[in-house]
Design a binder for this molecule. Structure first.
Ligand SMILES: [Zn+2]
Length: 453
């Protein structure tokens, strides 16, 4: 019998089949996979019985530092408790965005001291004159580049002008990494919000009305055409509308290398929830009409959406309640790393909408492939032993007060789910045992992007 460091047993979700078997792990890597027991020997065996052992969830869209009260410790602890083994942290940090090599290196150092799960880092560019940082950031290990066509903050989260986008795309194409965009039409939205505020229309649904679907689709259309001419690998983050996916499909058919994600709130809520929960359900782009949400689900079932992310935005009560009387004053976004995986399992595998293999693709395999994350995203020999273990026979009741994130406000509070994350394993070691986070900050590693030198 083969001696290994540890053995995981359960319903193992492989690329093309689910087996009741065992996985052997040595030095944090998967070294063997067997459809029956008895091939491996170890002093450390974890038998998860009828629970699914998935490749570890990878959340490509997380904002640790857009709120200084959050950070790597709280977000990555929260992620571990939510079954996430790797996440990609966005570059729009307060006070300084990650748009140069010095900021990037500082962030890597902090990550290595504070992370509980593995983390990749996004890079970005300044509003103008900053494209010279693209190659150095790629070589330092940035996983991809995030930019925006909408101005959230002139310095921290700027709208990048078209000539800078084109310059950036050409340089990013050279690195082989992906150029990702927050895609909303700034001019139309700013104009509509001005008008709404003047008219005193500041009720929760006004957030949806001032960001109509055309503000997303028209921004995406421009980027698709830019990608056609620069040949860059494009990624559209947080797609909220099915027509955006239709357009992506058209351009893919012409050879444009474009991937996309939606986020769990766009699949699990609709614009009525903005009315129901107010600022707590405010995100950008906004929640859409029921019929549009159905359209997104159809694209999920047809395999037209590569992956699902959380867009975890750790706002505290203070940033949300200020929008109680005027929705435009509330910060946008909601926490997600602790609840996305069980929520998505509950609304796909639990009800038969998706197979466990489709679920693994959306939550782990595709994120790793789209962003070329080395060693992650599948249960295959040679890959990192990262697993998300979900028991379909236990229940979870979402309790926002227990979130490990600074943000303890979720429209999903109180929901009962037909599943439970019972273990999160990163490089062969358990970081969450179903009740407690079992590793200290510093266990998580910086995972460098594919252009690192
Ligand atoms: Zn975001």
């Amino acid at each position: 019998m083969n001696k290994v460091d540890s053995i995981i047993k359960g319903k193992i979700v492989l690329k093309d089949k689910v087996i009741t078997g065992e996985v052997g792990i040595t030095e944090g890597k998967i070294v063997s996979i067997h459809e029956e027991s008895g091939n491996l020997d170890s002093d450390n065996i974890k038998d998860f019985g009828d629970s699914y052992v998935f490749p570890g969830t990878i959340d490509v869209h997380v904002h640790c530092f857009s709120n200084p009260d959050e950070g790597f410790v709280t977000t990555s602890t929260s992620a571990a408790a939510g079954g996430i083994t790797t996440f990609l942290d966005m570059p729009y940090d307060l006070p300084n965005p990650i748009n140069n090599i010095d900021q990037f290196k500082k962030k890597v150092e902090q990550l290595e001291e504070e992370a509980v799960v593995d983390i990749c880092l996004w890079g970005t560019i300044s509003k103008t004159g900053g494209t010279d940082q693209i190659i150095p950031l790629a070589e330092a290990g940035a996983v991809a580049f995030k930019m925006s066509t909408f101005e959230t903050d002139e310095y921290r989260f700027p709208r990048i002008p078209d000539p800078e986008i084109l310059k950036a795309m050409k340089l990013i194409e050279e690195t082989g990494l992906r150029a990702a965009f927050h895609s909303e039409n700034d001019e139309i939205i700013v104009d509509m919000i001005d008008q709404y505020q003047k008219d005193g229309k500041v009720y929760p649904k006004a957030h949806n009305e001032t960001r109509p679907p055309v503000t997303e689709t028209s921004a995406v259309l421009k980027l698709l055409e830019f990608a056609y001419w620069t040949n860059v690998k494009l990624h559209i983050v947080h797609v909220s509308h099915p027509r955006t996916i239709d357009m992506i499909n058209l351009f893919q058919a012409q050879g444009v290398k474009v991937s996309c994600e939606t986020c769990y709130p766009y699949l699990l809520m609709d614009v009525e929830d903005l009315d129901k929960y107010g600022p707590i359900a405010k995100n950008n782009p906004p929640l859409r009409e029921k019929e549009e949400v159905r359209g997104l689900w159809n694209h999920i079932k047809e395999g037209n959406i590569d992956l699902v992310s959380s867009d975890h935005a750790p706002w505290g009560a203070e940033q949300k309640t200020k929008g109680n009387d005027n929705i435009f004053l509330a910060s946008s976004g909601m926490p997600g790393v602790e609840i996305m995986t069980p929520l998505m399992f509950n609304s796909t595998v639990s009800n038969g909408k998706l197979s466990p293999i489709d679920f693994a693709n959306l939550m782990s395999t595709h994120p790793a492939k789209v962003f070329s994350i080395p060693g992650k995203g599948q249960i295959s020999i040679g890959y990192d032993a990262d697993f998300t273990v979900i028991d379909p026979n236990q229940k979870t009741v979402i309790d926002q007060t227990s979130f490990k994130s600074h943000s303890k406000l979720s429209p999903f509070d109180g929901q009962e789910l037909d599943c439970k994350v019972i273990s999160t394993i990163v490089r062969g070691e358990e970081v969450f045992d179903g009740e407690n986070v079992t590793k200290n900050p510093g266990y998580g590693k910086f995972i460098a992007g594919s252009a690192a030198k």
